[in-house]
Ligand binder design. Structure first.
Ligand SMILES: C[S@@+](CC[C@H](N)C(=O)[O-])C[C@H]1O[C@@H](n2cnc3c(N)ncnc32)[C@H](O)[C@@H]1O
Length: 217
């Protein structure tokens, strides 16, 4: 999207190959049932069941495992990586899950549509670290994003970020520290399983941090 003559800074790049025929067929077959269409974004979290947003679910390892172990809540996964979306569509079907639906979009676009205080939890696991200083502005977890997270979380709702990137964790702690309505909790991982990104971080000798913040009631 071009804004006022300049390109908007995105937290992702689009360098994917086009989907193959098998992937397209999966999408065609499952998308109608398993996607949250844009016209429904504003109603997310309005029903009786709690909604957890998993932003940037990648291949969906965490999303599928957590949803399978937490059937009383609904999970909505948000991702721009189309191959990941197809994998998760297949995963939902294979596991017979009824509590997962997907949005294929930039998370900022979705968050902007959700009404105030509707979401029980927002989770961002291993967001792209954008390590170069000149790319820090591309990091997902920063002021603009957190402002929307705070707005859509219910009182008592949880924001949970996991990262193996020490400087990203530090930067996130500093930004959240300036938001009085988010109170830091212990670094427990909750239902979050150990996934590819965590294993890679550990192999590289990185410390994995679970930063959890509760919205004040
Ligand atoms: C490093 S991967 C982590 C995947 C997964 N959370 C995990 O722990 O295995 C980060 C993912 O975030 C996605 N992403 C980055 N910015 C996003 C945005 N603004 N909206 C939706 N997805 C985004 C990327 O496409 C990528 O798949």
């Amino acid at each position: 999207m071009i804004l006022a003559g300049r390109r908007e800074v995105r937290s992702f790049t689009r360098r994917e190959r086009p989907l193959g025929l098998g992937a397209l067929a999966t999408r065609e077959r499952l998308w109608e049932t398993l996607a949250v269409p844009e016209r429904e974004w504003e109603y997310l979290g309005e029903g009786p069941r709690q909604v957890v947003l998993d932003i940037g679910f990648g291949d969906g390892e965490s999303l599928l495992t957590m949803a399978a172990n937490d059937l009383d809540r609904d999970y909505v996964g948000v991702e721009v990586y189309r191959t990941g979306v197809i994998k998760v569509l297949r995963g939902i079907e294979e596991r017979g899950l009824n509590n997962v639906r997907l949005v294929e979009a930039d998370a900022h676009d979705l968050l902007g549509k959700i009404r105030d205080e509707r979401i029980a939890a927002v989770q961002v696991f291993f967001p792209d670290p954008w390590p170069k200083t000149r790319h820090h502005k591309r990091r997902l977890v920063q002021g603009r994003f957190l402002k929307e997270v705070v707005r859509i979380l219910r009182p008592g709702g949880l924001f949970h970020m996991a990262t193996d990137w020490a400087q990203y964790a530090q930067a996130a702690l500093e930004v959240v520290g300036a938001i009085p309505s988010l109170i830091r909790e212990d670094e427990g991982r909750g239902l979050r399983p150990c996934t590819r990104f965590e294993r890679r971080g550990l192999r590289l000798g990185h410390e994995v941090r679970d930063l959890r913040f509760r919205k004040t009631t």
